[in-house]
Design a protein around this ligand. Structure first.
Ligand SMILES: O=C(O)CCC(=O)C(=O)O
Ligand SMILES: [Fe+2]
Length: 144
């Protein structure tokens, strides 16, 4: 997409949460990246909410569920309203995919980690913030 005529409201990122429940008003602007790397609009629809998988869920599911890469792009310089509810595990909880989720014969993708340590990791790294998906849970706890 040609970004010259658009305003990047919120740079590409993944949410750190388990799931995010999101309301956006009729202005829209939310986009999600598909598996093929294409950005698609998530058009606002009255009375509906968007549910996003976040990094904690991706790690807990051993990559069976994918944390969505998303961003906000505005096609005109207008104010928009959105409200996000980030549902996370508690700070001290350790995220480790259960054996039955990993599945016999499959590789474990993440080392166990404490939720708040991942949040700190993201907050303390410029690239982990909202500018771009620089660091994600894979950089933090991914088994190389
Ligand atoms: O404003 C939006 O529609 C998205 C907000 C978002 O992705 C976030 O706060 O993590
Ligand atoms: Fe987000």
């Amino acid at each position: 997409m040609d970004l010259d005529n658009h305003i990047e409201g919120l740079g590409m990122h993944t949410d750190m949460s388990c799931i995010t429940i999101l309301y956006q008003d009729e202005i829209g602007g939310l986009q999600v990246k598909t598996h093929e790397g294409k950005w698609i609009d998530i058009s606002p629809s009255e009375g509906s909410l968007v549910v996003n998988i976040g990094d904690m869920m991706q790690a807990w599911s051993n990559d069976k569920l994918r944390s969505s890469e998303h961003r906000v792009i505005l096609k005109q310089p207008v104010n928009r309203f959105s409200l996000a509810f980030f549902w996370c595990f508690e700070d001290e909880k350790v995220i480790m995919a259960p054996n039955e989720v990993v599945g016999e014969g499959n590789k474990r993708v993440y080392d166990p980690f404490v939720c708040k340590d991942y949040v700190k990791f993201r907050e303390n790294n410029q690239r982990g913030r909202f500018e771009k998906v620089g660091y994600t849970v894979r950089d933090f706890a991914g088994i190389k």
